[in-house]
Design a protein around this ligand. Structure first.
Ligand code: ADP
Ligand code: MG
Length: 375
Protein backbone atom coordinates (compact mmCIF):
# COMPACT_ATOMS: atom_id res chain seq x y z
CA UNK A 1 0.00 0.00 0.00
CA UNK A 2 2.80 2.46 -0.67
CA UNK A 3 0.36 4.93 -2.30
CA UNK A 4 -1.36 5.49 1.07
CA UNK A 5 1.87 6.46 2.74
CA UNK A 6 2.60 9.91 3.98
CA UNK A 7 5.83 11.75 3.35
CA UNK A 8 8.17 11.70 6.36
CA UNK A 9 7.41 14.40 8.95
CA UNK A 10 9.07 17.77 8.45
CA UNK A 11 9.35 18.49 12.16
CA UNK A 12 8.65 17.03 15.57
CA UNK A 13 5.28 18.74 15.75
CA UNK A 14 4.47 17.32 12.33
CA UNK A 15 5.35 13.82 13.59
CA UNK A 16 3.07 14.32 16.59
CA UNK A 17 0.08 14.79 14.30
CA UNK A 18 0.16 11.04 13.63
CA UNK A 19 -2.18 8.80 15.58
CA UNK A 20 0.30 6.06 16.53
CA UNK A 21 4.05 6.32 17.18
CA UNK A 22 6.06 3.18 17.93
CA UNK A 23 9.48 3.73 19.53
CA UNK A 24 11.97 1.02 18.74
CA UNK A 25 15.67 0.43 19.23
CA UNK A 26 18.09 -1.66 21.25
CA UNK A 27 17.88 -1.87 25.03
CA UNK A 28 19.11 1.09 27.04
CA UNK A 29 19.26 3.62 24.19
CA UNK A 30 16.39 5.76 25.51
CA UNK A 31 13.21 4.30 24.01
CA UNK A 32 11.14 4.72 27.16
CA UNK A 33 12.49 8.22 27.72
CA UNK A 34 11.77 9.21 24.11
CA UNK A 35 8.27 7.68 24.19
CA UNK A 36 7.37 9.66 27.29
CA UNK A 37 8.90 12.86 25.89
CA UNK A 38 6.89 12.53 22.66
CA UNK A 39 3.58 11.99 24.45
CA UNK A 40 4.33 14.87 26.83
CA UNK A 41 5.10 17.21 23.94
CA UNK A 42 1.79 16.30 22.29
CA UNK A 43 -0.06 16.91 25.57
CA UNK A 44 1.71 20.25 25.97
CA UNK A 45 0.45 21.13 22.48
CA UNK A 46 -3.12 20.46 23.60
CA UNK A 47 -3.63 16.83 22.58
CA UNK A 48 -4.95 13.95 24.66
CA UNK A 49 -1.91 11.66 24.46
CA UNK A 50 -1.02 8.37 26.07
CA UNK A 51 2.32 6.63 26.48
CA UNK A 52 2.37 2.88 27.07
CA UNK A 53 5.73 2.16 28.69
CA UNK A 54 7.59 -1.09 29.16
CA UNK A 55 9.94 -1.45 32.12
CA UNK A 56 10.27 2.27 32.81
CA UNK A 57 13.04 3.30 35.19
CA UNK A 58 11.47 3.40 38.65
CA UNK A 59 11.92 7.11 39.15
CA UNK A 60 10.44 7.93 35.77
CA UNK A 61 7.43 5.74 36.55
CA UNK A 62 6.99 7.56 39.85
CA UNK A 63 7.20 10.92 38.11
CA UNK A 64 4.39 9.82 35.81
CA UNK A 65 2.28 8.74 38.77
CA UNK A 66 2.76 5.05 37.97
CA UNK A 67 4.02 3.64 41.22
CA UNK A 68 1.96 0.46 41.15
CA UNK A 69 2.17 -2.11 38.47
CA UNK A 70 -1.01 -1.32 36.63
CA UNK A 71 -2.03 -2.42 33.18
CA UNK A 72 -4.61 0.30 32.67
CA UNK A 73 -4.16 3.92 31.59
CA UNK A 74 -3.99 6.68 34.18
CA UNK A 75 -3.92 10.38 33.65
CA UNK A 76 -0.65 11.86 34.90
CA UNK A 77 -1.69 14.00 37.89
CA UNK A 78 -1.31 17.77 37.81
CA UNK A 79 1.13 17.58 40.72
CA UNK A 80 3.65 15.84 38.43
CA UNK A 81 4.01 18.96 36.29
CA UNK A 82 5.50 21.25 38.92
CA UNK A 83 2.91 24.01 38.47
CA UNK A 84 3.06 23.88 34.68
CA UNK A 85 0.41 21.38 33.52
CA UNK A 86 -0.03 20.60 29.82
CA UNK A 87 -2.75 22.27 27.75
CA UNK A 88 -4.00 18.81 26.80
CA UNK A 89 -3.87 15.59 28.79
CA UNK A 90 -1.00 13.20 29.40
CA UNK A 91 -1.91 9.61 30.16
CA UNK A 92 0.51 6.83 30.98
CA UNK A 93 0.51 3.13 31.67
CA UNK A 94 2.90 0.24 32.17
CA UNK A 95 2.46 -2.81 30.01
CA UNK A 96 1.75 -5.96 32.00
CA UNK A 97 2.29 -8.77 29.55
CA UNK A 98 0.36 -11.45 31.44
CA UNK A 99 -2.75 -9.35 32.12
CA UNK A 100 -2.81 -8.19 28.51
CA UNK A 101 -2.62 -11.78 27.32
CA UNK A 102 -5.46 -12.78 29.69
CA UNK A 103 -7.64 -9.87 28.57
CA UNK A 104 -7.09 -10.77 24.95
CA UNK A 105 -8.17 -14.36 25.55
CA UNK A 106 -11.26 -13.21 27.46
CA UNK A 107 -12.09 -11.06 24.48
CA UNK A 108 -11.63 -13.86 21.97
CA UNK A 109 -13.39 -16.78 23.63
CA UNK A 110 -16.13 -17.84 26.05
CA UNK A 111 -15.54 -17.38 29.80
CA UNK A 112 -15.47 -21.18 30.35
CA UNK A 113 -12.80 -21.75 27.74
CA UNK A 114 -10.86 -18.77 29.02
CA UNK A 115 -10.92 -20.25 32.52
CA UNK A 116 -9.66 -23.61 31.21
CA UNK A 117 -6.82 -21.82 29.46
CA UNK A 118 -5.88 -19.71 32.49
CA UNK A 119 -5.71 -22.77 34.73
CA UNK A 120 -3.41 -24.58 32.35
CA UNK A 121 0.22 -24.58 33.57
CA UNK A 122 1.48 -24.54 30.00
CA UNK A 123 -0.49 -21.33 29.36
CA UNK A 124 1.11 -19.75 32.40
CA UNK A 125 4.46 -20.60 30.93
CA UNK A 126 3.64 -19.40 27.42
CA UNK A 127 2.06 -16.15 28.53
CA UNK A 128 5.05 -15.13 30.58
CA UNK A 129 8.13 -16.55 28.89
CA UNK A 130 7.56 -17.45 25.26
CA UNK A 131 9.93 -15.49 23.02
CA UNK A 132 8.05 -12.78 21.18
CA UNK A 133 5.11 -12.70 23.60
CA UNK A 134 6.08 -9.37 25.10
CA UNK A 135 6.48 -7.83 21.67
CA UNK A 136 3.14 -9.18 20.62
CA UNK A 137 1.39 -7.99 23.78
CA UNK A 138 2.74 -4.47 23.27
CA UNK A 139 1.03 -4.54 19.88
CA UNK A 140 -2.13 -6.04 21.36
CA UNK A 141 -2.25 -3.21 23.88
CA UNK A 142 -1.73 -0.72 21.08
CA UNK A 143 -4.75 -2.23 19.34
CA UNK A 144 -6.88 -1.97 22.50
CA UNK A 145 -5.91 1.65 23.10
CA UNK A 146 -6.66 2.44 19.47
CA UNK A 147 -10.06 0.70 19.70
CA UNK A 148 -10.95 2.64 22.85
CA UNK A 149 -10.73 5.75 20.70
CA UNK A 150 -10.01 8.11 23.60
CA UNK A 151 -6.58 9.29 22.56
CA UNK A 152 -5.50 11.45 19.67
CA UNK A 153 -1.93 10.19 19.99
CA UNK A 154 -0.80 6.78 21.24
CA UNK A 155 2.93 6.34 21.83
CA UNK A 156 4.08 2.76 22.29
CA UNK A 157 7.39 1.91 23.88
CA UNK A 158 8.76 -1.50 22.86
CA UNK A 159 10.59 -4.20 24.78
CA UNK A 160 14.37 -4.24 24.64
CA UNK A 161 14.62 -6.85 21.92
CA UNK A 162 18.11 -7.92 21.06
CA UNK A 163 17.16 -8.56 17.52
CA UNK A 164 15.11 -5.99 15.70
CA UNK A 165 13.48 -8.83 13.80
CA UNK A 166 11.81 -10.17 16.94
CA UNK A 167 9.56 -7.23 17.15
CA UNK A 168 8.12 -7.18 13.63
CA UNK A 169 7.91 -10.92 13.49
CA UNK A 170 6.15 -11.25 16.82
CA UNK A 171 2.54 -11.37 15.54
CA UNK A 172 3.38 -14.01 12.95
CA UNK A 173 5.58 -16.06 15.27
CA UNK A 174 2.99 -16.15 17.98
CA UNK A 175 0.16 -17.09 15.63
CA UNK A 176 2.32 -19.82 14.15
CA UNK A 177 3.02 -21.08 17.62
CA UNK A 178 -0.56 -20.94 18.83
CA UNK A 179 -1.81 -22.54 15.67
CA UNK A 180 0.76 -25.09 16.68
CA UNK A 181 0.20 -27.34 13.71
CA UNK A 182 3.63 -28.83 13.95
CA UNK A 183 3.54 -29.11 17.68
CA UNK A 184 0.11 -30.76 17.65
CA UNK A 185 1.12 -33.24 15.00
CA UNK A 186 4.03 -34.17 17.17
CA UNK A 187 2.22 -34.30 20.45
CA UNK A 188 -1.08 -36.05 19.82
CA UNK A 189 0.38 -39.37 18.67
CA UNK A 190 2.95 -39.17 21.42
CA UNK A 191 0.29 -38.89 24.06
CA UNK A 192 -1.86 -41.52 22.37
CA UNK A 193 0.84 -44.10 21.89
CA UNK A 194 2.98 -43.50 24.93
CA UNK A 195 6.73 -43.68 24.96
CA UNK A 196 6.99 -46.51 22.43
CA UNK A 197 5.99 -44.01 19.79
CA UNK A 198 8.82 -41.72 20.79
CA UNK A 199 11.39 -44.40 19.97
CA UNK A 200 9.93 -44.77 16.47
CA UNK A 201 10.23 -41.07 15.71
CA UNK A 202 12.97 -39.63 13.55
CA UNK A 203 15.96 -38.21 15.30
CA UNK A 204 14.94 -34.65 14.34
CA UNK A 205 11.48 -35.10 15.81
CA UNK A 206 12.92 -36.51 19.01
CA UNK A 207 15.17 -33.51 19.33
CA UNK A 208 12.15 -31.28 18.79
CA UNK A 209 10.14 -33.11 21.44
CA UNK A 210 13.01 -32.96 23.87
CA UNK A 211 13.20 -29.24 23.26
CA UNK A 212 9.50 -28.86 23.93
CA UNK A 213 9.87 -30.86 27.12
CA UNK A 214 12.80 -28.78 28.21
CA UNK A 215 11.08 -25.52 27.33
CA UNK A 216 8.03 -26.42 29.37
CA UNK A 217 10.28 -27.35 32.27
CA UNK A 218 8.87 -30.83 32.84
CA UNK A 219 6.78 -33.56 31.22
CA UNK A 220 3.84 -31.34 30.48
CA UNK A 221 2.59 -33.04 27.35
CA UNK A 222 -0.94 -33.45 28.73
CA UNK A 223 -1.07 -29.78 29.66
CA UNK A 224 0.19 -28.84 26.24
CA UNK A 225 -2.42 -31.00 24.56
CA UNK A 226 -5.30 -29.56 26.58
CA UNK A 227 -3.92 -26.10 26.01
CA UNK A 228 -4.18 -26.57 22.27
CA UNK A 229 -7.60 -28.18 22.66
CA UNK A 230 -8.83 -25.12 24.57
CA UNK A 231 -7.46 -22.90 21.82
CA UNK A 232 -9.33 -24.88 19.17
CA UNK A 233 -11.76 -22.59 17.39
CA UNK A 234 -9.87 -19.50 18.50
CA UNK A 235 -7.15 -19.58 15.88
CA UNK A 236 -9.30 -17.84 13.30
CA UNK A 237 -10.15 -14.86 15.46
CA UNK A 238 -6.63 -14.78 16.85
CA UNK A 239 -5.19 -14.59 13.39
CA UNK A 240 -7.69 -11.97 12.28
CA UNK A 241 -6.70 -9.90 15.32
CA UNK A 242 -3.00 -10.23 14.47
CA UNK A 243 -3.74 -9.10 10.94
CA UNK A 244 -5.64 -6.02 12.13
CA UNK A 245 -2.75 -5.13 14.41
CA UNK A 246 -0.37 -5.44 11.50
CA UNK A 247 -2.63 -3.20 9.40
CA UNK A 248 -2.59 -0.57 12.14
CA UNK A 249 1.22 -0.76 12.16
CA UNK A 250 1.44 0.15 8.50
CA UNK A 251 -1.47 2.63 8.49
CA UNK A 252 -0.81 6.10 7.04
CA UNK A 253 -1.16 7.77 10.44
CA UNK A 254 1.35 5.46 12.11
CA UNK A 255 5.06 6.21 12.37
CA UNK A 256 7.97 4.25 13.74
CA UNK A 257 10.75 6.07 15.48
CA UNK A 258 14.09 4.31 15.72
CA UNK A 259 16.24 5.36 18.67
CA UNK A 260 19.98 4.77 18.91
CA UNK A 261 22.96 6.11 20.80
CA UNK A 262 26.00 7.31 18.85
CA UNK A 263 27.86 4.00 19.16
CA UNK A 264 28.63 1.91 16.15
CA UNK A 265 26.77 -1.23 17.27
CA UNK A 266 23.63 0.73 18.21
CA UNK A 267 23.70 2.73 14.98
CA UNK A 268 24.07 -0.45 12.93
CA UNK A 269 21.13 -1.97 14.76
CA UNK A 270 19.10 1.18 14.01
CA UNK A 271 20.03 0.96 10.37
CA UNK A 272 19.08 -2.66 10.16
CA UNK A 273 15.78 -1.89 11.80
CA UNK A 274 15.04 0.98 9.40
CA UNK A 275 15.69 -1.35 6.48
CA UNK A 276 13.45 -3.99 7.96
CA UNK A 277 10.65 -1.43 8.41
CA UNK A 278 10.99 -0.47 4.76
CA UNK A 279 10.66 -4.12 3.74
CA UNK A 280 7.45 -4.38 5.76
CA UNK A 281 6.12 -1.10 4.28
CA UNK A 282 6.03 0.28 7.80
CA UNK A 283 6.51 4.06 7.86
CA UNK A 284 9.74 5.33 9.41
CA UNK A 285 8.98 8.69 11.04
CA UNK A 286 12.42 9.63 12.34
CA UNK A 287 15.73 8.29 13.54
CA UNK A 288 16.78 9.73 16.87
CA UNK A 289 20.38 9.74 17.99
CA UNK A 290 20.08 10.04 21.75
CA UNK A 291 22.83 11.03 24.19
CA UNK A 292 24.76 12.73 21.41
CA UNK A 293 27.60 15.16 22.01
CA UNK A 294 27.13 18.04 19.63
CA UNK A 295 29.85 20.60 20.20
CA UNK A 296 29.73 23.35 17.58
CA UNK A 297 32.85 24.71 15.93
CA UNK A 298 34.00 28.05 17.31
CA UNK A 299 35.20 30.69 14.81
CA UNK A 300 38.96 31.10 15.10
CA UNK A 301 39.26 27.90 17.12
CA UNK A 302 39.46 25.37 14.31
CA UNK A 303 42.59 23.90 15.86
CA UNK A 304 42.18 24.38 19.63
CA UNK A 305 45.31 22.37 20.49
CA UNK A 306 47.51 24.63 18.33
CA UNK A 307 46.01 27.63 20.15
CA UNK A 308 46.63 25.90 23.45
CA UNK A 309 50.33 25.44 22.56
CA UNK A 310 50.66 29.21 22.17
CA UNK A 311 49.04 30.19 25.47
CA UNK A 312 50.81 30.60 28.79
CA UNK A 313 47.62 30.91 30.85
CA UNK A 314 47.09 27.51 32.57
CA UNK A 315 43.32 28.04 33.00
CA UNK A 316 42.89 28.97 29.35
CA UNK A 317 45.07 26.01 28.31
CA UNK A 318 42.87 23.67 30.35
CA UNK A 319 39.69 25.14 28.83
CA UNK A 320 41.13 24.73 25.33
CA UNK A 321 42.11 21.11 25.95
CA UNK A 322 38.64 20.36 27.32
CA UNK A 323 37.01 22.02 24.34
CA UNK A 324 39.34 20.13 21.96
CA UNK A 325 38.42 16.75 23.40
CA UNK A 326 34.66 17.43 23.33
CA UNK A 327 34.88 18.82 19.82
CA UNK A 328 36.79 15.76 18.70
CA UNK A 329 34.16 13.45 20.23
CA UNK A 330 31.44 15.43 18.51
CA UNK A 331 33.18 15.15 15.11
CA UNK A 332 33.79 11.44 15.61
CA UNK A 333 30.14 10.83 16.43
CA UNK A 334 29.02 12.88 13.43
CA UNK A 335 31.16 10.93 11.04
CA UNK A 336 30.01 7.63 12.56
CA UNK A 337 26.36 8.66 12.25
CA UNK A 338 26.96 9.78 8.65
CA UNK A 339 28.76 6.62 7.65
CA UNK A 340 26.24 4.23 9.21
CA UNK A 341 22.96 6.12 8.70
CA UNK A 342 23.89 8.51 5.88
CA UNK A 343 21.79 6.91 3.15
CA UNK A 344 18.93 5.67 5.26
CA UNK A 345 16.22 7.34 3.20
CA UNK A 346 14.06 10.39 3.62
CA UNK A 347 13.22 10.15 7.32
CA UNK A 348 14.70 12.99 9.39
CA UNK A 349 17.56 12.37 11.79
CA UNK A 350 17.29 14.19 15.10
CA UNK A 351 19.76 14.46 17.96
CA UNK A 352 19.18 14.67 21.69
CA UNK A 353 22.18 15.67 23.82
CA UNK A 354 23.55 13.52 26.58
CA UNK A 355 22.28 15.36 29.62
CA UNK A 356 24.40 15.49 32.73
CA UNK A 357 21.63 13.78 34.68
CA UNK A 358 19.26 10.94 33.97
CA UNK A 359 15.87 11.86 32.56
CA UNK A 360 13.49 11.09 35.37
CA UNK A 361 10.91 13.81 35.59
CA UNK A 362 8.63 16.05 33.55
CA UNK A 363 11.05 19.02 33.30
CA UNK A 364 13.79 16.68 32.01
CA UNK A 365 11.38 15.07 29.54
CA UNK A 366 10.48 18.55 28.32
CA UNK A 367 14.18 19.22 27.70
CA UNK A 368 14.36 16.06 25.58
CA UNK A 369 11.31 17.20 23.59
CA UNK A 370 12.82 20.68 23.15
CA UNK A 371 16.01 19.14 21.81
CA UNK A 372 14.01 17.05 19.34
CA UNK A 373 11.99 20.07 18.24
CA UNK A 374 15.13 22.13 17.71
CA UNK A 375 17.04 19.36 15.98
N1 ADP B 1 19.60 12.13 26.65
C1 ADP B 1 19.81 11.54 27.82
N2 ADP B 1 20.67 12.09 28.71
C2 ADP B 1 20.90 11.51 29.91
N3 ADP B 1 20.33 10.38 30.32
C3 ADP B 1 19.48 9.76 29.47
C4 ADP B 1 19.16 10.31 28.20
N4 ADP B 1 18.28 9.48 27.60
C5 ADP B 1 18.06 8.48 28.45
N5 ADP B 1 18.77 8.63 29.58
C6 ADP B 1 18.81 7.71 30.73
O1 ADP B 1 19.27 6.45 30.27
C7 ADP B 1 18.61 5.39 30.95
C8 ADP B 1 17.99 4.44 29.92
O2 ADP B 1 16.95 5.12 29.23
P1 ADP B 1 15.61 4.38 28.85
O3 ADP B 1 14.72 5.37 28.20
O4 ADP B 1 15.05 3.66 30.01
O5 ADP B 1 16.17 3.35 27.76
P2 ADP B 1 15.43 2.11 27.06
O6 ADP B 1 13.96 2.30 27.27
O7 ADP B 1 15.81 2.22 25.62
O8 ADP B 1 15.95 0.90 27.71
C9 ADP B 1 17.59 6.03 31.87
O9 ADP B 1 18.10 6.07 33.17
C10 ADP B 1 17.43 7.45 31.33
O10 ADP B 1 17.10 8.39 32.34
MG1 MG C 1 12.65 0.87 28.24
Amino acid sequence: MPSRRQPPPRSLDDLLRRHVIVCTGSGGVGKTTTSAALALRAADAGQRAIVCTIDPARRLAQSLGLDELDNSPRQVPDSAFGGDPPRGELWAMMLDMKTTFDDMILDLTTPERARAIFENPFYKHVSSTLAGTQEYMAMEKLWELHEEGRWELIVIDTPPTRSALDFLDAPRRLTDFLEGRLLKLLLWPTIAAGRGYLRALSFGTQVMLKTVTRVTGSELFADVASFFAAFEGMYGSFKARAERVKELLVAPRTAFVVVATPHEAMLREARYFAERLAEEHAPLGAVIVNRAHSVPSAPGLEDPLATEARTSDPALAWALRTYASWRELSLREDSLVCSVLGDIGRAPLWRVPDFAEEVHDIPALRRVAEALAGS
